[in-house]
Design a protein around this ligand. Sequence first.
Ligand code: NAD
Length: 255
Amino acid sequence: MTPLAVQVVEWLRAAGRVTVLTGAGISTDSGIPDYRGPNGVWTRNPEAARMSTLQDYVADPEIRRRAWAARKVHPAWTAEPNDAHRALADLEKTGRLFALITQNIDELHQRAGSSRDTVIELHGTIHWVECLVCSVRTPMADELARVSDADPEPACTQCGGILKSATISFGQALDPDVLDAAARAAATCDLMVAIGSSLTVQPAAGLCRLAVDRGARLVVINAEPTPYDDIASAVLREPIGEILPALVGAVGEES
Ligand code: NAD
């Protein structure tokens, strides 16, 4: 372990309240590509971003058909949690981690053993579908079963409205209660660890600034530079699947 990583272990040991913010980079080892990394979905196909933009999704039936076709084969259906997800579940067991804010929509943190009370899903979940008109929620598996060549874009069975995964698209407001919970977790922690995020999506990324402004130390774990590296006390560039289990394992060795 590098001297900087050893320092981070010391901070984790000393911390009373750790808040973690995760992004797509923690799930790439589970086979779910990120958006902006070297093999990211948008890096390879910038047009794919339109499927995640509310205005385009509502305005263009072709975008919706493509979105449903992409959902059918989404890697989240077969992905399993990896060692980094499990390390965060282990960190929670030490009593230090009190909030796990995730931008991810894959539910892999919960499946790895993080408690549902600790995980704050800032951008929703792909495992549920929501009607954009009447807000009724249905399991994604049920809606995917309705997708066919004859009906490539299922409509809401309650009101006929447009259905979308229960995720936050660009141009769509975050749930204010969820954002409040995340802001409180950032404002009241003594150590904030941002993992696997390009920290370019707001308001999620701004939680790092909020934590630092309220006196917390910030640690960034990400392969590529982020706009918040300058205010971080440490930036670790090692692969998340290796460094995170090593850090949490070393914290546990203390007790
Ligand atoms: P991003 O794609 O903008 O950034 C991911 C970052 O992780 C990149 O900087 C990349 O270099 C880094 N990274 C990837 N794999 C890594 C590894 N193994 N080790 C170290 N670093 C690694 O992702 P973001 O900041 O989370 O923003 C993307 C948005 O897209 C989020 O809002 C999220 O909701 C959504 N998204 C979610 C998933 C998912 O649920 N798994 C996947 C793709 C996108």
